[in-house]
Design a protein around this ligand. Structure first.
Ligand code: DGY
Length: 322
């Protein structure tokens, strides 16, 4: 019987729907799987739905000879060896669009939390240290009239930029691919990253993790940001050199940072943990009930399409159905 291996239970009813037609084997929640371990779990399955922390290496594509599709339960695909998938003629799909607005909202939650010092305020109240209104209590920085710098003007970056306009910010973007259509709001594209960074008050990262973006925000580039800037990362942790970020915060060059992702996720640089000018979240970008259920539906629809010989809905590695 055709079998689908799923590396973790998923929210919503998508897996039930899949189970009406195919045998579905779901791994109980556990640490991510990589290489040989993942290959052993997938075994002779015809399809796999995996999480962003599972590492789908060439070994998996070589060992799992019946595999026809790997549906990544994420929009980012840095956890898969795409060249090995293409070589093995395995379709790879991701979950774009359905998570755009939720992730853009979360990037803004971080921008607001850092710029208005929400966690410090919350702690002060809970610890019984709030003695009443004071003119200089926990002053943050306003956003109106400031410059929002968006790195990566894909779906999520564009949604974050659009919100920036609503907050009265000037929006500039640095993006590898020039957008094919005008975003529909005022946004200046700055091709040269070195010219872009000194203009940014709030830097928000939305680029995919590739060999070019790994370590993009290193010590040298962080030093190009103006004094008092804020950095927010909801893309992939490896885009930021965390050691360099800690040094910039310690030196008082940045006002703060909001991180939803980490360089060695789930580990967090010890220099970040004790700081009150950073907000740290456990990779919650797409974490709304509706969004996570929609991601499961899309992953399952991709699996159903490929197993039924139809083209996948959101292919990353498109391969003609075998
Ligand atoms: C993704 O989809 O790549 C996010 O990081 C998690 O939803």
């Amino acid at each position: 019987m055709t079998e689908v291996a799923v590396t973790a239970p998923l929210p919503g009813t998508a897996l039930e729907r899949l189970g009406r037609t195919y045998r579905v084997r779901v791994r109980p929640p556990g640490p991510p799987l990589a290489g040989a371990e993942l290959a052993a779990f997938v075994g002779t399955a015809d399809a796999c739905i995996c999480l962003l922390a599972d590492r789908v290496t060439a070994e998996v594509f070589r060992a799992c000879r019946r595999l026809r599709i790997v549906a990544n339960y994420a929009v980012g695909v840095n956890n898969l060896d795409l060249a090995a998938a293409a070589e093995a003629k395995v379709v790879v799909t991701n979950t774009p669009d359905v998570l755009t607005e939720a992730t853009a909202d979360l990037a803004w939650a971080l921008i607001l939390a850092v710029s208005r010092r929400l966690l410090e305020g919350d702690r002060l109240v809970r610890e019984g240290r709030f003695d009443g209104w004071q003119p200089e209590l926990l002053l943050g920085s306003g956003l109106q009239g400031k410059t929002l710098g968006v790195v990566g003007l894909g779906r999520i970056g564009t949604a974050v930029a659009r919100r920036g306009v609503a907050f009265g910010m000037r929006v500039i973007a640095h993006t590898r691919k020039r957008p094919s259509a005008h975003p529909g709001f005022e946004c200046e594209l700055v091709e040269d990253l070195e010219a872009f960074l000194p203009r940014v008050d709030v830097l928000t990262l939305h680029c995919p993790l590739t060999s070019e973006t790994r370590g993009l925000m290193d010590a040298r580039r962080l030093a190009l940001l103006p004094r008092g800037a804020i950095l927010v990362n909801t893309s992939r942790g490896e885009v930021v050199d965390e050691g360099a970020l800690v040094a910039a915060l310690e030196a008082g060059r940045l006002d703060g940072a909001g991180l939803d992702v980490f360089e060695r996720e789930p580990a967090v640089h010890p220099g970040l943990v004790g700081r009150c000018d950073v907000v740290l979240l456990p990779h919650l970008g797409s974490a709304t009930r509706d969004t996570r259920a929609a991601m499961a539906d899309l992953a399952v629809d991709n699996v159903l399409a490929v197993l039924e010989g139809r083209p996948p809905l959101t292919p990353v590695v498109p391969v003609l159905a075998r």
